[in-house]
Every structure is written in C-alpha cells, then in structure tokens.
Ligand binder design. Structure first.
Ligand code: 173
Length: 320
C-alpha cells in the first residue's frame, strides 16, 4: 500500500517537470531578403525568444527567399513545410486574397487586439490558411510610389511600375502598366530599365541599394505597410499551454516594439534627401483624392475577391 502511494505521489511530483521538459524547435523563414531591416529585427526577436525560451520553445531561422521563394512562403506555412514565417499578406494572396487587407488597417496592432480585429483575423487565417496570425511587426509606415520619370499629377499612363498585390489595383487605376516582382528582383528591374518606378514603404530603400536607381519619391504615402509573423496552425496546436502562452507574450512584446518605426521612417526620409532623391508632392485636394482613391480601390479589390470576410475586415480595420 505504502509503496504504491509513494509511487503515485512521486509520479504526481514529477508530472509538472515532464511538462517543463517539452522543448519544441520551430523552423522559421523570411519572405523578405536577409539584408532588409525587417529580417534584422526578426532575428533579434528570435534570439530573445531563444534566450528566454530555453527548455520550452526555440526558433531555428532557416533564411530568406533563397530557402523558400517570397511568393511561396504562405503555402509553406499553410502546409507545414515550415512552422513559422515573417511575411506580408501581399505575398500570400495565392493562399487567401484577404491576406492583403492588413495593409488597409488604420488602427495600430495594439488597437487591433483591443477591438476584436486580431481575433477575427485569426479566425479567418485559421480557417482559410491553416495559419495563426501571431504578431504585426511593422506599423506606422506608409507606402510610397517611387519613380524615375517626372510626373506632375496622379496619372501614371505610359509608366511601367513594379508592384506586388499591395499596389496593383491602385497603380492600375492611375493608368500604370504593372509588373509584379519580389523585392529581390527590384534592383535588376530598375537597372535594366524594365520599370520606371516601384512601390515600397517610406523606409528601407537603402537596404537593397535601390537609392542608386531612384530619382523621385511621390508624396503623400498611402496605406499602412504590414509585416507579420505567422505560424502553421497544426504546429501551434501541438504546443502545450505554457509554450503557447510564452509565444503569445513574445508576440505582444514584438508589437510593442513598433514605436521604433516612427523615428526610423523620419531618419530614412532625411537620408533619401541626402542621397539626392527628390520629392514630387501632391498637395491639397489632389493629395486627398490620391489617398482616398488608394483606400477605395484597395477595399473594393478585397471585398470583390473575398466577399465573405472583406466587409468585416473593413469594419474592424478602418478608423471610426
Ligand atoms: O514587396 C513589396 O513592395 C511589398 O508588398 C511590401 C509589403 C510590406 C512591406 C514592404 C514591402
């Protein structure tokens, strides 16, 4: 009797230690090339996760598009070829078109957690992409049009512009001919004169040396550039509660770092001026029409391609 009781007690005492002993290593990739600032911030975050997650969760960063090409990262996460990725929604519209709606958010990642947007995004991402939407690590950052031919109004007729799904419908609505490429192909496209310009956030053009091939930035910016960490849903479900809580905490901490972008963007604007990049600025009513058109065209495209989820995403992500 005594020995059985002792055995049971012993097992009970050991049980929590068994839970503690579960360490899971997750394979992580980036849809952006490794020279880009987002990847530096991702690997810094992964280092912190690894330091704090010893014996629990470890992230194994495999690499950028050389490991998994930019536009295939979404499917790799969906099918579990990798466990986790940093990407933007525009790179996995082939998995679900509404992935690109995150660029239309007019409220911060923190506000999205509060108003139910984050939960709804997860509901949709779980169901349609077999993904968990973990953390938005880029915020407060508009996109811009960069051109090498001078324009004096929002008319891109006759211009060939490099796009991703982020900019496609908007630039087409302004009359542009568009060419879709991954970030890794922009420099060559500019160098060969295959394109007269490109879309990109306000910051980051120095990371791949595009400033060497850029004459003008067009102001104002539009949308809110989104880069996020997503995870395969099955890999998430295989974790225990403690591991999931740990990753959630790390995800929220990553989002709390987003204030970083405000100064970074200001500094990059100065650096562009120093590099001789001129500003073509639309002002007054023209500027307002330009930005309004971006949102109108953007939401129309989302709602058309995802009529089931688009309207709710619009309601949750737009400024009241
Ligand atoms: O490649 C891109 O221009 C793009 O879609 C994007 C999205 C978010 C951040 C940076 C680039």
């Amino acid at each position: 009797m005594k020995t059985i009781r002792g055995l049971v007690l012993g097992m009970l005492a050991l049980a929590p230690m068994c839970a503690v002993a579960q360490e899971t290593t997750l394979k992580l990739v980036s849809a952006f090339p490794e020279n880009i600032i987002y990847v530096k911030r991702l690997t810094a975050w992964a280092d912190k996760v690894n330091a704090e997650g010893k014996g629990m969760v470890q992230l194994n960063f495999i690499g950028g598009p050389k490991a998994i090409p930019t536009f295939e990262v979404g499917n790799a996460v969906k099918t579990g070829v990798v466990d986790m990725a940093m990407s933007t929604g525009a790179f996995y519209t082939n998995v679900m078109p509404e992935a690109d709606a995150l660029k239309l958010a007019q409220i911060s990642a923190q506000e999205q957690r509060k108003n139910g947007a984050y939960d709804y995004i997860n509901e949709v991402w779980n169901k349609k992409a077999n993904m968990v939407y973990l953390a938005r690590m880029l915020d407060y950052t508009p996109f811009h049009l960069y051109v090498n031919k001078k324009i004096d109004k929002p008319d891109l007729t006759g211009l060939k512009i490099r796009v991703t799904p982020v900019y496609r419908d908007f630039f087409q609505a302004l009359g542009a001919q568009v060419v879709t490429t991954a970030p890794g192909e922009v420099y060559t496209a500019l160098e060969r004169g295959v394109v007269d310009g490109y879309g990109w956030p306000v910051s980051g053009i120095f990371d791949l040396n595009w400033h060497e091939k850029t004459k003008y930035r067009v102001d104002p910016g539009f949308y809110n550039a989104e880069v996020s960490v997503v995870m395969n849903l099955d890999a998430w479900n295989k974790l225990n509660d403690r591991q999931r809580q740990f990753l959630t905490k790390q995800a929220i901490a990553l989002e709390a770092e987003n204030e970083f972008w405000k100064k970074y963007n200001q500094d990059d604007v100065k650096r562009q001026a120093q590099a001789g990049i001129q500003v073509i600025a639309f002002s007054g009513a023209t500027a307002k029409e330009y930005v309004d058109k971006a949102y109108t065209v953007g939401w129309e495209a989302i709602i058309k391609s995802a009529p089931d989820t688009g309207p709710r995403l619009k309601q949750l992500l737009s400024k009241k």
